[in-house]
Design a protein around this ligand. Structure first.
Ligand SMILES: [Fe+2]
Length: 283
């Protein structure tokens, strides 16, 4: 879908790919664009973002209003063959979009909040079902709708430190995007809870409605619930399991700090030492 966005833009433009990296650098219009996801994860069918691999370990982002599609089609039949591990990882990515939009520092608003809450409800109620029975069309359709709503949420209120820490894991070690997110997610949630426990507690009421106790306890319940999704769906849960060692953490921390576009959205500032410590917890 991200390639299709760029093809639609570049085919109709004298600009080259390298000229449109960054935010707002696309000039002119594009060809008609219809986006049809085959995973319930990225939400790219409704975002104005394209992420493109530019080298062995590098990716670049293009953000421009021209990248919004004319139409998105959500057809659950197209996700039926998705293996459980991919269903789980992409579904957790979509949940991260909702969670990070809900706690986004600058652009969080009532509209993005509503989208994020609706997305998280659909995704959290149907992820296990879709993983356990890939043929469950109703669960698949709910996942697609949830991922799309989460995409609209973070197109309004952009994602933060989970994605900032996940990008180098994907870029350098070629770990899939959803799994990269899942590996750092619980640690970033606990780190951020100092700044946004109230918001996490509100989301816990959606994901784990039985959670009770103090605001901090309900925020912790959200982190535990997200860890449970990875455990129940048998995803790797540590960086070690995907081949990352203690010697790699310096490089990861340095690369994560370059994700300034994302880190600026995080509810709590992330210093380099914080990034290193978070990777260490995830190891
Ligand atoms: Fe993502």
């Amino acid at each position: 879908m991200d390639v299709a966005k760029l093809v639609a833009v570049l085919t109709a433009s004298p600009q080259s790919l390298s000229e449109i990296y960054g935010i707002g650098n696309v000039h002119g219009s594009r060809l008609p664009l219809v986006q049809i996801p085959t995973t319930a994860g990225t939400g790219s069918e409704v975002t104005n973002i394209s992420i493109v691999t530019t080298g062995a370990t590098s990716k670049m982002g293009i953000v421009a209003p021209q990248l919004y599609a004319d139409m998105a089609i959500l057809d659950a039949e197209l996700t039926i063959g998705l293996p459980p591990a991919v269903t789980a990882a992409t579904g957790i990515d979509a949940m991260v979009h909702a969670i990070e939009a809900y706690t986004s520092k600058h652009k969080k608003n009532p509209l993005s909040d509503g989208l994020a809450r609706q997305a998280l409800g659909l995704l959290s109620r149907h992820l296990i079902r879709a993983c356990e029975n890939g043929q469950d069309l109703a669960a698949r359709q709910a996942m697609l709708l949830g991922a799309m709503l989460a995409g609209q949420a973070f197109a309004n209120a952009p994602v933060g430190a989970v994605h900032a820490l996940a990008y180098p894991i994907g870029g350098i070690f070629h770990v899939a995007h959803g799994l990269s997110n899942s590996l750092v997610l619980p640690h970033v949630l606990r780190f951020n809870a100092q700044a946004c426990a109230e918001q996490y507690a509100e989301l816990a009421a959606i994901v784990v409605p039985h959670a009770a106790g103090s605001t901090a306890a309900r925020a912790e319940a959200l982190a535990v619930a997200m860890q449970q999704f990875a455990a129940v769906t048998a995803l790797p849960r540590t960086l070690s399991q995907v081949g990352i060692t203690a010697g790699d953490l310096d490089l990861l921390a340095s690369e994560a700090m370059k994700q300034t576009r994302l880190l600026g959205n995080n509810p709590r500032p992330v210093a380099r030492a914080d990034a290193y410590a978070l990777y260490e917890l995830a190891l």
